[in-house]
Design a protein around this ligand. Structure first.
Ligand SMILES: C[S@@+](CC[C@H](N)C(=O)[O-])C[C@H]1O[C@@H](n2cnc3c(N)ncnc32)[C@H](O)[C@@H]1O
Length: 318
């Protein structure tokens, strides 16, 4: 009987997961991405900064081809790799309608396998979901770096985004929908105040990934927060800031902040200002949202009222 290699098994898992996790993002969802001004403006600025005249560029996961098209303004050649055959057709059609579109070659291939025919200067990859979950950004970049160095040697191209900073924040989140209680994952705009959300403590950074270096796909974090507002800790907010490009001459960065992802905790905890709470979670980059949720824990490490109570008196009388 033919043996299944580890690589085959991983490929099968990826295919199953692709269907389940929606890696084939439907065409209509690309409209939402095109309409996301923070995302579009951030990528346009970063690509305009990073791509110099005459450069060769590769994009992994090209979708409509918009980011490749931004690069084509200055690049001499762009390879735009897309796995979804519907999007390959759409990208070819749309690029043909835009100036410089002819500089972009849309390649129907798996980003886990494709390498350009010659070395490139910049690699753009936007397979980004909050927390680097669901989409395959980290795995695709890691796979690319290994295969690229094996084929071309020398230095790696510049990656865009260059890095990502991820943080977590304890919340009290309302889950009342017209009287229907539904603790459910939510995605929130970052620029508006959400009346149903109480920030119980300041966020803590749990991971910094520099894509120019080898990056682990495993995330495991345990840390403490000092509670600033009393309430019910029933959710964790996940914050993902993509450093699209570093601009050293201006001591600045061009960033894109993803929508906040708020994930309900299975076991809410009553907390008071001054308490110290333990929070932990772990997941694999590219993994599902439930896989993160299943590991999320929060508990009181130091009860501020009990710590202040004189010996022999219960905190209720302190
Ligand atoms: C978040 S969308 C971004 C699309 C586009 N880059 C943009 O910014 O509008 C990610 C794209 O990656 C594609 N994709 C996912 N997995 C892929 C793979 N293994 N190889 C190539 N493309 C892939 C999806 O079909 C989707 O079009």
């Amino acid at each position: 009987m033919a043996q299944t290699s580890l690589e085959d098994t991983m490929l099968n898992e990826r295919e199953i997961e692709s269907c389940y996790l929606g890696q084939f993002i439907p065409v209509h969802y690309h409209h939402n991405m095109l309409m996301d001004q923070n995302r579009m403006h951030g990528f346009k600025s970063a690509i305009n900064y990073a791509v110099k005249p005459g450069m060769k560029v590769l994009e992994l996961g090209g979708g409509t081809g918009v980011l490749s098209w931004f690069a084509a303004a200055k690049a001499s050649k762009v390879w735009c790799v897309e796995f979804n055959p519907d999007m390959v057709k759409e990208a070819r059609k749309m690029l043909a309608m835009n100036p410089n579109g002819e500089k972009v070659e849309v390649v129907h291939a798996d980003a886990f396998e494709y390498l350009p025919p010659e070395p490139v200067d910049v690699v753009i990859c936007e397979m980004i979901h909050v927390g680097m979950l669901r989409e395959k950004q980290v795995e695709v970049m890691e796979s690319f770096k290994r295969r690229y160095l094996a084929k071309f040697g020398g230095a790696l191209p510049m990656f865009l985004p260059e890095a990502v900073i991820m943080a977590v924040q304890p919340l009290q989140q309302e889950y009342d929908f017209e009287g229907f209680y539904a603790p459910i994952v939510q995605f929130q705009e970052t620029t508006v105040i959400h009346p149903g959300t109480v920030e119980l403590a300041v966020p803590a950074v749990y991971s910094v990934m520099d894509f120019s270096q080898a990056t682990s796909t495993q995330v495991a974090w345990a840390g403490q927060f000092r509670v600033e507002k009393s309430g019910t800790l029933n959710a964790l907010r996940f914050i993902t800031k993509n450093i699209l490009a570093v601009v050293p001459e201006e001591s600045s960065t061009i960033d894109w902040l993803n929508h906040y992802m708020t994930m309900p905790l299975a076991e809410p905890v009553q907390v008071r200002a001054g308490d110290i709470i333990d929070v932990s979670f772990s997941y694999r980059c590219g993994g599902s949202l439930p896989s993160l949720q299943a590991t999320m824990r929060a508990s009181i490490a130091v009860d501020a009222a009990a710590a202040m109570a004189p010996a022999g008196r219960s905190p209720a009388f302190a």
